[in-house]
Design a protein around this ligand. Structure first.
Ligand SMILES: Nc1nc2c(ncn2[C@@H]2O[C@H](COP(=O)(O)OP(=O)(O)O)[C@@H](O)[C@H]2O)c(=O)[nH]1
Ligand SMILES: [Mg+2]
Length: 440
């Protein structure tokens, strides 16, 4: 292997506890490295055949016996690409501690954060963005985040990035083949190169847009219900939630502070916020404070539902970029081009849900997970491709064009970390894997 192996003492055998929940009944102790077999075998007497789970009596650091299920996965067809043995034992920090101690006494070193995954990357079992997907999956807090992280782990982004990197590389090779005879380059070639580059840049820019949509989907958009007092905001909030969470009252100014709740709309997790009604004339200082908070909520919203009731005349205050909703449609319809709903009869609620989902998702049906690092690299690659197009347009020397394409290729290669000798340095790897938990 030509690649400098960057992890600390890479030939050592490491041990870590692979399970993270303190209330689980079983803990998995994982051992990976060239000595895995010679370290573990003596304390379980015999290893079961490869990839077969078998029950064994295990001797812990105090010589006492513990029941364990043992699975032995010889490298390179293991998670890390090394010899791996997993011991499934009873959970409990002290119990597990005695087993880990027995393994360390026999020469295994305690694994650092992300060290198992890092070894998997270094042995070519995972690309870098897949490894990051594992960390994102563990950290996921919404089901959208889980779905996106799984796609990252499955290598979907990596495959697209690799395809683009190869296409840019082919184009660079073609341009470089003309370096010695620039006068022989036909105008048709130059315009075809520009055309191809424009398409490649568009591909990277489309990722950037879907990365942004993916981030919105992961982060629970805030949907803020705003409007004048008595518009029926709290009633609509409760109707969307399907329960009585906010106080509904004919007395204007009842809602003084905002109330929020999580809601699943079309598989999309959003936070719906009910706010105090906006009106200018009030001497009530608490209501005044509530109105200030409503404005803050509107400013921080992904989507504002601007509500005005069918029984009252239109106001001037409607938030222009918001979704305009006329409430209390059971009492009539005064704003025919607004979306009509009634919290009382349920009219229009399905349509409202659908519109919220569409507005929050944008036109992206399958948003990508694009972690900040992927976004930055894709952005720089797109910028390099744009600059290469500019150079071609100005008939600048082809060396410069080829140079910019090389920059774009390297930026793309950094996303997957595939380029064995290339651009992903210890600083990048160190930063990525230090964010993992120990045992992963
Ligand atoms: N007829 C009818 N009345 C409603 C509807 N939604 C709310 N209301 C009434 O309008 C008044 C104000 O409602 P509320 O939700 O507290 O308004 P908010 O001040 O905007 O939060 C209450 O008396 C509600 O019963 C509706 O869909 N139809
Ligand atoms: Mg209210």
């Amino acid at each position: 292997m030509t690649r400098p192996r960057a992890s600390q003492s890479p030939d050592s055998t490491i041990v870590g506890v692979a399970t993270g929940t303190p209330d689980g009944g079983v803990a998995i102790v994982r051992v990976s490295g060239p000595e895995a077999r010679s370290i573990v075998e003596p304390i379980v007497e015999t290893l079961p055949p490869p990839r077969t789970l078998a029950r064994r009596r295990l001797r812990d650091s105090e010589g006492a016996a513990e029941d364990a299920l043992v699975v032995w996965m010889p490298g390179p067809k293991s998670f890390t690409g090394e010899d791996v043995i997993e011991l499934h034992v009873h959970a409990g920090a002290r119990n597990v501690g005695r087993i880990v101690a027995a393994l360390r006494e026999r020469g295994a070193r305690a694994a650092g954060p992300g060290e198992f995954t890092r070894r998997a990357f270094e042995h070519g079992r995972l690309s870098l963005e897949q490894a990051e997907g594992i960390a994102a999956l563990i950290a996921a807090r919404t089901s959208a985040a889980i779905d996106q992280a799984r796609r990252l782990v499955a290598g979907e982004l990596g495959r697209e990035v690799e395809a683009l990197r190869r296409a840019v590389g082919d184009l660079r090779a073609e341009i470089e083949a003309n370096l010695d005879f620039p006068d022989d380059v036909a105008d048709g070639d130059v315009s075809r190169w520009r055309e191809e580059l424009m398409q490649h840049e568009a591909t990277a820019r489309a990722w950037l847009r879907s990365f942004a949509a993916g981030q919105r989907a992961r982060e629970r958009a805030r949907v803020v219900i705003a409007g004048p007092p008595n518009a029926g905001k709290s009633a609509l909030f409760n109707a969307l939630l399907g329960r009585s969470r906010a106080i509904v009252s004919p007395t204007p100014g009842t809602t003084r502070d905002y109330v929020e709740a999580e809601l699943l709309i079309d598989g999309l997790e959003v936070v719906v916020v009910d706010t105090a009604g906006l009106r200018s004339a009030t001497d009530d200082s608490i209501e005044h404070e509530g109105i200030g908070r409503s404005r803050e909520q509107i400013a921080g919203a992904e989507l504002v539902l601007w509500l005005e009731p069918a029984e009252a005349a239109p106001t001037e205050a409607a938030v222009p970029e918001g979704l305009h909703v006329e409430s209390k449609r059971d009492l009539g319809a005064r704003r025919p081009d607004w979306l009509g709903v009634s919290a009382q009869t349920g009219e229009g609620l399905e349509e409202l849900r659908a519109q919220i989902a569409t507005r929050v998702r944008g036109d992206e049906t399958a948003p990508w997970i694009g972690l900040a690092r992927h976004r930055d690299r894709a952005f720089d690659a797109a910028a390099a491709m744009a600059s290469a197009q500019g150079l071609l347009e100005r008939a600048a020397p082809l060396e410069l064009v080829a140079f910019e394409l090389g920059v774009a290729e390297r930026q793309l290669a950094e996303i997957t970390g595939r380029d064995a000798l290339g651009p992903v340095g210890e600083d990048v790897l160190g930063r990525i894997f230090s964010q993992f938990c120990i045992g992963k």
